[in-house]
Design a protein around this ligand. Sequence first.
Ligand SMILES: Cc1cc2nc3c(=O)[nH]c(=O)nc-3n(C[C@H](O)[C@H](O)[C@H](O)COP(=O)(O)OP(=O)(O)OC[C@H]3O[C@@H](n4cnc5c(N)ncnc54)[C@H](O)[C@@H]3O)c2cc1C
Ligand code: SF4
Length: 341
Amino acid sequence: MLRLPPFTYLAPKTLKQALQWKKDAGPDGMYVAGGTDLYPNMKRRHQEPRVVISLAGVRALRKVTDRRIDGSADLVLGAGVTLTGMVEHRKIRRRYPVVAHGAALISTPLLRNMGTLGGNLCLDTRCTYYNQTYEWRKAIDFCMKKDGAICWVAPSSPRCWAVQSSDLAPVMAALNAEYLLVGPDGERVVPAGDFYHNDGMRYLTKQPDEILAEVRLPATDGWDATYHKLRRRGTFDFPVLGVAAWIRWEGDTVADARIVLGGVASHPQAVPESAAALVGSRLEGEAVEAAAAAAFRPSKPMDNTDFPLTWRKEMTRVYVRRALEELRERRTAPRGRHHSA
Ligand SMILES: Cc1cc2nc3c(=O)[nH]c(=O)nc-3n(C[C@H](O)[C@H](O)[C@H](O)COP(=O)(O)OP(=O)(O)OC[C@H]3O[C@@H](n4cnc5c(N)ncnc54)[C@H](O)[C@@H]3O)c2cc1C
Ligand code: SF4
């Protein structure tokens, strides 16, 4: 059985207290929300905080509020809202079904009861050579992401290629949601796409002390979106490919689009060439094929998750096509929005 190492657990009630206790702990401290990613990682000695500061008791993080900030945000989700809370929330389901759908595809019901939006968006990157026990990693002399010097996926590479594996990160990037970060020096707002680095070790642009406090969803004015996820077992596996597609319609024509891939890089990978192929089209035939081909080209999965990488790359084309077909069908036969995997 894998055991947690000893650590001090602190349970602040306010953001201010959490920030102060994190500052006091310095690099030895880490935040935890639901713990469904951090605690397994601590058991495998990926992260070894001596002080764990829980955000679970901070009520301000658990709210879902209607709010317009400079006219740009329609619904604001506290980062501490659980995934189950998101799936069941009436306003999220009705106004942002793609968000509820993305949350519903994450792991299992028990993990969704504990796991939070913030924890999902700050999820550690994953790799076959990393998500292993300490003894397993020691047997291969570790790797550069933790305790070692080499990348076993690309041994001559100076960087780590561990994979962005959050289902909601590509969805938030495609929606152009904004994240509110609260830190010791004040607050700042960043677009979801800018929150991530394409680097398996430094995958967040957030400072270690900063808390992701809320996610601001844009107003629902004439756009539609969907998320398709590839994984081996539909019951609880991480994505090895995710396709988030966002379309703004003007009549029967696509006025704007965003396509973001998950699971194929160390960050949610926007593919502007794919989106550009759709603008001005009716989301049919050649435009969809051009968008699928444009997403296929830069999709470069590495050999460090499930399934052969050439097949995963090929599936990019298939999943982009499927996502766009779903959006077109919904437009031509409107029965309210729904989303499928
Ligand atoms: C078997 C299994 C299957 C899974 N399947 C999936 C899957 O299919 N898709 C998927 O996306 N995930 C999956 N997960 C991962 C995880 O359950 C979810 O991503 C979950 O949402 C993580 O949230 P959490 O609150 O438990 O995060 P935690 O473990 O509490 O935290 C994760 C990281 O985020 C940081 N953090 C948390 N909240 C904040 C905040 N507000 N501000 C700043 N930093 C913060 C923590 O310090 C930590 O580094 C799976 C996990 C398991 C064990
Ligand atoms: S991509 Fe390379 S460095 Fe990164 S976790 Fe995998 S083996 Fe380690």
